[in-house]
Structures are given as structure tokens and as C-alpha cells.
Design a protein around this ligand. Sequence first.
Ligand SMILES: *[C@@H]1O[C@H](CO)[C@@H](O)[C@H](O)[C@H]1NC(C)=O
Ligand SMILES: *[C@@H]1O[C@H](CO)[C@@H](O)[C@H](O)[C@H]1NC(C)=O
Ligand SMILES: *[C@@H]1O[C@H](CO)[C@@H](O)[C@H](O)[C@H]1NC(C)=O
Ligand SMILES: *[C@@H]1O[C@H](CO)[C@@H](O)[C@H](O)[C@H]1NC(C)=O
Ligand SMILES: *[C@@H]1O[C@H](CO)[C@@H](O)[C@H](O)[C@H]1NC(C)=O
Ligand SMILES: *[C@@H]1O[C@H](CO)[C@@H](O)[C@H](O)[C@H]1NC(C)=O
Ligand SMILES: *[C@@H]1O[C@H](CO)[C@@H](O)[C@H](O)[C@H]1NC(C)=O
Ligand SMILES: *[C@@H]1O[C@H](CO)[C@@H](O)[C@H](O)[C@H]1NC(C)=O
Ligand SMILES: *[C@@H]1O[C@H](CO)[C@@H](O)[C@H](O)[C@H]1NC(C)=O
Ligand SMILES: *[C@@H]1O[C@H](CO)[C@@H](O)[C@H](O)[C@H]1NC(C)=O
Length: 606
Amino acid sequence: MYKFWSNQKVFSSYTSSFLGFMALRSPFWLHCSIIVQLYVSLYCFSSLICTNGQRIFLYPQSDKVSSIVSKQYRTAFHFQPPQNWINDPNGPMYFNGVYHLFYQYNPNGSRWGDIIWAHSVSTDLVNWIRLEPALSRTAPFDIKGCWSGSATILSVNQPVILYTGANTENQQVQNMAVPKNHSDPFLREWIKSDHNPLIRPIGDLNPRQFRDPTTGWLGPDGLWRIAVGAELNGHGAAILYKSEDFVHWNRTEKPLHYTNSSHVWECPDFYPVSYERNRGLDPSAPGSGKEKHVLKMSIEVPGKDFYIIGRYDEEKDIFVPDNEIDDYWMWPRLDFGRYYASKSFYDSNKGRRILWGWSDECDNSTDDVAKGWAGIQAIPRSVWLDGTGNQLIQWPVEEIESLRTNAVYVQDTGLKSGFRLEVNVTDASQADLEVDFSLPNLEDAESFNSSWLADPEGLCGTQNVSWRGVIGPFGLLVLASDTLDEFTALFFRIYRDQNKYMVLMCSDTTRSSLREGMDKPTYGGFLDIPHLVRKRKLSLRTLIDHSVVESFGGGGLGCITSRVYPMALVNGSTHIYAFNYGSAPVSMTNLTAWSMRKASVNQKSS
Ligand SMILES: *[C@@H]1O[C@H](CO)[C@@H](O)[C@H](O)[C@H]1NC(C)=O
Ligand SMILES: *[C@@H]1O[C@H](CO)[C@@H](O)[C@H](O)[C@H]1NC(C)=O
Ligand SMILES: *[C@@H]1O[C@H](CO)[C@@H](O)[C@H](O)[C@H]1NC(C)=O
Ligand SMILES: *[C@@H]1O[C@H](CO)[C@@H](O)[C@H](O)[C@H]1NC(C)=O
Ligand SMILES: *[C@@H]1O[C@H](CO)[C@@H](O)[C@H](O)[C@H]1NC(C)=O
Ligand SMILES: *[C@@H]1O[C@H](CO)[C@@H](O)[C@H](O)[C@H]1NC(C)=O
Ligand SMILES: *[C@@H]1O[C@H](CO)[C@@H](O)[C@H](O)[C@H]1NC(C)=O
Ligand SMILES: *[C@@H]1O[C@H](CO)[C@@H](O)[C@H](O)[C@H]1NC(C)=O
Ligand SMILES: *[C@@H]1O[C@H](CO)[C@@H](O)[C@H](O)[C@H]1NC(C)=O
Ligand SMILES: *[C@@H]1O[C@H](CO)[C@@H](O)[C@H](O)[C@H]1NC(C)=O
């Protein structure tokens, strides 16, 4: 993703009132329009962070930082640099025993601009060492922007980066960079190819909407393939290219896929998926011919990551979606909340696919300037296909569990109607919870109204945590203040639709903070939970880390990332409750809650 203010244009070209309505109420917009208004003014708030692009590793603590934007909003175990703006994760890879994460970074402040590729490394995906930036705007082919891209490991000792540059004419072109010194275990320095730009936006491609190349994959003919996000005849597309040497690329006759329903696709991601828990497939390894593929794209309205599952014919380079619906509003989403521009990679270390995604702030950009930072990367997730083959499962990488401490258990505890039970963790602002709810009275569920499918997020707003249903709302209240005038609610509702059940998963942040002037949306979506009738169980996992709450419903079938800024965090006292406000009883068969230790994330440069 590279510019926010183009959104206004994209937005106004929608004619459908439904889409217009969705876009209007989209939380993404609020934040973005504020960025536009304030972009010129207030750029620097203290001399500390405005010293000619020199990197400062201290968190800025000037008198102008009010207690409101206290350090308490910084995360303890999420990926973020010491200061400044970040957005998309770039070029994640595992190479020679080291995990690399590059990311879009503004070295000059906490708003979008002056973007370069920052670089960090890790051996455990939890603790990170911050290195010097890998790519900066230096050449005619990237002088106006060093935007998102991917890493590909061409052979045992040959990692390369493909990234988007904005050239002198502000056209988006695709470039390559290689490590300067292969003996450096951290691959600190990268050299741009003499062949750059490798790919230009010619013909029917919009030259200003052509970006974010995928990781390459090797076909049975020995040629490399990549896809690039684009706008083709005004619509979203993933353009496919082939190459023998990774340098000279030919566009294929047809795109890998396209839609008639959206504008530009950003940050495409394309990979084979495994049905096996925590397993991933190497996209360049010969396929069995049976596996499915995922095509993911990021779409600016409504600022969400969508995906399509289908089959990829490697010989003919044709991707055929299982479901032919071309209206992207009906496609599944990786995360119903604040999660965008995600990118995955195959981790050859543990044979799994790992997904990174950016979560931007929900405060206003005045706050971001005062805080001195904006944006985090969500906890990396392992991704695989659920048994039905129709949806992805996402689960925080197991490494994050190494931070768990001081477990608290609650077992076989009934939550009768209207009941709220405090979960007494040591640190309620830095916690990981796993809970299994059992649903003895499933048959009593209210009936489902199919009109709700069009706007589950809106339904989470009207049938909010105070709206008492039959089965639900039940779930967790987190980051709750002593008097419960602040809380973030995560809950489920279950409806009956003829002979099946519809599960709504919601995150309601409307009461997350007493502070005004920020975005406090509701998020949500319907989950397709296999075996719900037989098992009568529904699980919820929630990771709480100061200003971020990441939730995984139904074992990872539905994800919601929320950003919240409670006053109670500033005062140092927050609580977690399990609750049931539905009229039917629900029981917690098993709840385990851990406090989380602080990870060492980008503390110092090396
Ligand atoms: C940071 O801002 C300074 C002053 O405007 C500018 O000279 C420098 O190029 C900027 N850094 C980057 C990486 O754009
Ligand atoms: C390459 O990296 C290795 C290991 O860090 C180092 O010993 C060597 O001096 C580097 N070579 C150059 C040319 O910088
Ligand atoms: C790309 O196109 C050129 C010119 O048509 C052709 O010579 C070359 O073999 C093609 N390469 C690939 C990888 O298709
Ligand atoms: C897009 O529209 C064109 C022209 O109306 C049509 O031929 C094509 O099948 C449509 N594509 C999809 C994916 O629906
Ligand atoms: C947590 O502590 C409160 C207050 O002491 C108590 O009422 C509640 O039962 C405790 N929760 C659990 C799960 O033990
Ligand atoms: C379903 O919802 C729509 C829109 O709110 C409403 O008009 C309709 O009456 C509802 N249908 C039923 C059966 O309740
Ligand atoms: C829920 O909706 C009701 C009715 O619109 C509203 O009064 C209330 O403030 C909303 N939020 C919560 C958290 O109750
Ligand atoms: C941002 O929030 C502050 C309060 O924290 C408020 O004073 C200011 O008006 C808000 N700005 C906007 C543009 O909403
Ligand atoms: C935080 O503390 C201040 C000062 O002690 C108090 O006025 C305020 O009500 C507290 N806010 C919350 C949410 O507890
Ligand atoms: C309860 O949940 C924890 C964490 O998921 C798990 O380790 C434990 O085995 C579960 N206990 C029971 C009795 O299911």
C-alpha cells in the first residue's frame, strides 16, 4: 500500500448505495481522512525526532507527550520499531537460520511519508534485532517511493527481493535487490540490480496502480512466476509474469485472476495450502496436483484483506476459484478488524506457512505525532486449510507461547444469563486467553435473517453487547476499567437457520475508551464452524497487548484485530471478564489465561 489520500477518489466512484454505505461507515476512512487533513501541519512535534532523518533509538519523551498518549499504549510483544510510522510487512523469509522481516517505515515521523524498507531479524519470531534500513530511495527507478514487495529464495544460497519503486515520472515499476555479502548472517546490505526496473506498467495497466510483487514460484517448466497487484481497465487484477532468470520477465496473456467488482488490488499473495494443522507447502516444490491454492488481495475500500480459494493448474497457469462469485464483498476476509496488506512466506525451518499483517492505529494522527509512533505488525500466524477446504485457519505461531507465565485456570463453570466472572490474571493488559464455551441450549437459538449476511459488522453494532439475545452475547470483556465504564467486548451470538446454525463473532470497541476524537468501531463476521451441532463447543483465543486485542474464534476460523486506547491503561488498572448476557445458559468448560512477558523487540540496533 502506498498512499492513503487516493481513497477519496476510489470511494466516490462507487455507485451502489450499499457499497457507499459500507465505505462511509468504514473505520479505515475516518483515520485516512484525518491523515489527509493533518498531513501538512504538525509534522514534527519535537526536535528529538526531526534531526534530518538520523535514526534516533530513544522513545521520545518530551513535555509535549501528554499522559493521554502514555507509553502504556506501546505493545509488549508485538512487532514495532522504537518510534515512527510503519505499514506493510515486506519480504518476510527464513534464510540460513534467521527470520527476516522488512517493513514500510518512515524514518522521519509518525505519519506516512518518506518510506523506506526497514529491516529486523529474529531466530524465534518473538524477539527481534533492528538493523539498518535495507532499501532507500536512491535511483531513478525508485526515487519517489520504495514500496512493498517480497523475498524469494532462488537457490540454496540466493535470496532476492522484488519491490515496487515509484520512478521519476511517478510510475510504479518492479525492481530487484540482492544481498551485498552472502557471508553476513543477517544480510544487512542489499544492492539494487543494474537491470532495474525489471518490469514496467505498459499497455492496459494503470501506471500508478501497479505494485507489490509476490514471492516467486517455480513452475514444472522450470520458469519462475510472480504476480503483481494492478488495476486493469479500471479493475483489480493480479498480473502474472514468467521468467527464466528472475531478471527478464514476460507478461502472460491472461492475468492470474481479476475482478470486475473492485479497483486496484494491492499486496497480492498466492500460495498452496495444506489441510494439515500448522503445515505449509513450498510453492516451488512440485505439487501433488490435489492441493488448493489461496489468492489473497488487499482492497482499499473497505481496507481489508480478502482471499479466494481455488485450484491452480501449474501447466497452464490457470487459477480457478472454487466459488465463482465476483463480488468481492462476499469473499472471505483474513481478519474482520484492523488488519491490512498482509504477506505470507513458507518457513522451511518448521515446514509451515506464516502470515504477517499490518495493524494501523485507531486514534487520530495528532495522537500519533504525540506518541511518536504509529502502526504495528500483528502476531505472525500459521495458516492452513480447514477440513471443508472452503476456509483458512489462522493461529498465532507457537513461539509466542514462550512468553506465557502465571497461568490461571477456570474449569467447568456455568455462566448463567447475565453472569460476569472476573479472570484474575496477574497482568490484564498483557495476556493470552484460551477459552472453550459449551452450548447446551443450542436448539433455542433465535432465527437467522439472511439480510444480515450483507453487513455482519453493522449487526455487531445494532445487536451490540447490551442487546440480550438467546444464545449470546457471550464472550470476554477485556481492558475493562474498575467501574466498567471502559471495556472492549469480544462475543459470539448463535442463530438458527433452518437446519444449520450461524455463528456471529464480534468485537465491539465503542466503549473501549472514554477518550473522544478517535475511531471506535464494531467489527464482525459470520463463522462457519464445522461440527457445531455435534460438539456444541465454541472456542475463543484472545491476545491482549496494551493497545491491541487480537482474537481467534472457532479455533482460528474467524479473526478480529482491534486497536483500543483505554484511559484505564494510563491509570494502570484493567480487568478481564468472561460473560454471558444471553438468556440461555452457557458454560466454560475450560479457560486458561496467562500473563505475557515482554519480548525484546527492536530494542537496539546491532
Ligand atoms: C527525512 O526528512 C529530511 C528533511 O526533510 C529529508 O532530507 C530526508 O531525505 C528524509 N528522509 C527520507 C528517508 O526521506
Ligand atoms: C561479509 O560478512 C562477513 C561476516 O559478517 C564478514 O566477515 C566479511 O568481512 C564481510 N565481507 C565484506 C566484503 O564486507
Ligand atoms: C519472453 O519473450 C521473449 C520474446 O518474445 C522470448 O524470447 C523469451 O523466450 C520469453 N521468455 C519466457 C521466459 O517466456
Ligand atoms: C467481467 O466483465 C466482462 C465484461 O462484462 C465479462 O466478460 C467477464 O466475464 C467479467 N469477469 C468476471 C470475472 O466476472
Ligand atoms: C477473581 O476474583 C474475584 C474477586 O476476588 C472473585 O469474585 C472471582 O471469583 C475470581 N475469579 C475466579 C475465576 O476465580
Ligand atoms: C429480515 O431483516 C429485514 C431487514 O431488516 C426485515 O425487513 C425483514 O422483515 C426481516 N425478516 C424477518 C423474517 O424477520
Ligand atoms: C448498544 O446499543 C444501544 C442501543 O443502540 C446503545 O444505547 C448502547 O450505548 C450501545 N453500546 C453498548 C456498549 O451498550
Ligand atoms: C484528536 O484527539 C484529541 C484528543 O485526544 C482531540 O483534541 C482532537 O480534536 C482530535 N482530532 C481530531 C481531528 O479528531
Ligand atoms: C484515571 O486517573 C485519574 C486521576 O487519578 C482519574 O481522574 C480518572 O478518572 C481515572 N480514569 C480511569 C478510567 O480510571
Ligand atoms: C484447557 O486448555 C488448556 C489450554 O488450551 C489446555 O492446555 C488444557 O489441556 C485444557 N484442559 C482440559 C481439561 O481440556
